[in-house]
Design a protein around this ligand. Structure first.
Ligand code: UDX
Length: 480
């Protein structure tokens, strides 16, 4: 064995490329950290925009301590700095990553510092499932590609069924009846109505740009050597078993937030992967609120709402009589809040019983005993974090996988109520009263049971624990 092959066989080298958005970066960073503690060399590819924001939000000593075993590389995402990178920009972001970032990524792993002739050649690529270009790059250097789709498997499965729905004439919808049941989504029989499919399915024709991106993803997902998911068997077993029909090698290693804690001593101050600065003052506010009296309200990192919906939500919250902690992310209201006339009764109630921050330490908030329920946009990270914390949900989904997630929360897991397509103060008030009051015990009992299963799955011998071990073993056996 010459020197180079001795080095090569010494350490497997995983190259991780996340979709540059808060949710996917959260998941991929946690996975990167887990792998890097297992004698696996890990290189994490961030866009400059995301990397700078991560650094701005973390104490630098903590950052370097926490990621001591990781190597970061950065590249441009191709968008102008002033682009807000909100949900309405996703198609632009994807196009720009493909044009600007993908060739740099290819150069790095095929010829650059990480190419087959380098000191530390890449032996496995883990990329976001939407990065269809990663397949060609992995094939070019002859290494396995694992797709990590950080959205929910139930959401992804609805994407994968789209060609079937088109073939069967279920898509595009033939009329405006959104309550019609969907048939051609195996494993989801009797669950999804048209309105529960991702919102891009409401497009009038198949030329819709988002639909095209997803159909391309559908073609590439089965080409990977394995699929990694942030979920656990006890939550999505039937969906994972459907998924194994298109790719037999499935690793369900979630919930990543708790698997990380189960494997390492992670100080809370070091566990954040936020790209916004967390306002910790809300924890002191929660500390003096009665048990289970507060509704935590957040619509994640990408959703933007109209002023009308914002006001409707505010009225609903106040009319419900509950206390609330509300994350009003900067830029999340179209046109901003300037000039918005605040009704006196809303301002008064908010001063007495509400608390507003621009970004919260969400996992700590959800775990707090004062929080009784989560009013959420049903992003997958938020949904799983709520499940782990045992908190019931009121779901107000917007896009991506959120329509499917919210349907599963109400219909399958019975952890709360799905408010989709109805932003009305009366509905909001009623749902909060149900979840916090009249049906509280029923939801809490289910949420408590599922939280226990989530935690058990990451403990030694649990389903996610075993899948993570298998993933580590498989990566270690990959050689070029
Ligand atoms: C996006 C899509 O919206 C979602 O549907 C998909 O599943 C993943 O990509 P995002 O909108 O960011 O994600 O929602 P979500 O997946 O819930 O992730 C938000 C993350 O931000 C969570 O980990 C949450 O803990 C964190 N967060 C949110 C905070 O830390 N503080 C906040 O104040 C709000």
């Amino acid at each position: 064995m010459n020197n180079r092959s001795a080095k090569i066989s010494a350490l497997p080298h995983v190259f991780i490329f996340p979709l540059p958005l808060q949710g996917p970066v959260n998941c991929m960073l946690k996975l990167a950290q887990l792998l890097s503690q297992q004698d696996i060399r890990v290189t994490f590819l961030n866009t400059q925009h995301i990397h700078q924001r991560l650094l701005n939000c973390t104490d630098h000593t903590n950052h370097f301590k926490r990621y001591a075993n990781l190597r970061f590389e950065t590249l441009p995402d191709g968008l102008p700095e002033e682009n807000p990178r909100t949900g309405d920009q996703i198609v632009n972001l994807l196009a720009s990553v493909e044009i600007v970032a993908a060739p740099i990524f290819r150069q790095m792993v095929t010829a650059g510092d990480y190419g087959p002739e380098s000191e530390a050649p890449v032996t496995c690529i883990i990329a976001d499932g939407i990065f269809t270009f990663a397949h060609g790059v992995a094939a070019e250097i002859g290494v396995p590609l694992l797709y990590f789709d950080t959205i929910s498997p139930c959401g992804l499965w609805s994407y994968i069924c789209l060609p079937k729905l088109i073939e069967a004439g279920e898509l595009p919808f033939r009329d405006d009846n959104l309550d019609e049941m969907i048939i051609n989504t195996p494993g989801m029989e009797g669950i999804l109505r048209r309105r529960d499919l991702p919102s891009f399915c409401r497009a009038k024709d198949l030329d819709d740009p988002v639909l095209k991106v997803i159909l391309k993803e559908d073609e590439h997902i089965p080409l990977a050597q394995g699929l990694i998911f942030n979920t656990f068997q006890e939550l999505e077993g039937p969906i994972l078993s459907q998924m194994s029909n298109i790719c037999p090698n499935i690793y369900a290693i979630g919930p990543l937030t708790v698997i990380e804690n189960a494997r390492f001593e992670v100080e809370t101050t070091m566990s954040s992967t936020s790209i916004w600065k967390e306002d910790m003052s809300c924890i002191s506010w929660l500390d003096v609120q009665p048990a289970r009296s507060v509704v935590y309200v957040s619509i994640g990192s990408l959703v933007i709402v109209t002023k009308e919906d914002f006001l409707e939500l505010w009225h609903g919250l106040v009319n419900s009589g509950s206390r609330f902690l509300w994350v009003q992310r900067q830029g999340s209201v179209i046109g901003g809040l300037k000039g918005l006339e605040t009704p006196v009764e809303l301002a008064q109630w908010t001063k007495e019983r509400g608390y507003i921050v621009s970004w919260a330490p969400q996992q700590q908030v959800l775990a707090h005993p004062a929080v009784g329920a989560f009013f959420t946009h049903s992003g997958w990270n938020s949904t799983l974090e709520s499940i782990v914390a045992g908190k019931p949900m009121i779901c107000w989904p917007y896009g991506v996988d959120q329509q499917v997630n919210s349907r599963y929360v109400e219909q399958v897991w019975k952890l709360g109520l799905d408010m989709k397509d109805m932003c009305d103060r009366v509905v909001i008030e009623r749902m909060i009263k149900e979840v916090m009051g009249s049906r509280k015990d029923e939801f809490l009992e289910r949420a408590g049971r599922l939280a226990k299963l989530a935690k058990a799955s990451v403990e030694e011998g649990g389903s996610s624990f075993r899948d993570l071990d298998r993933l580590v073993d498989d990566i270690k056996s990959m050689r070029i």
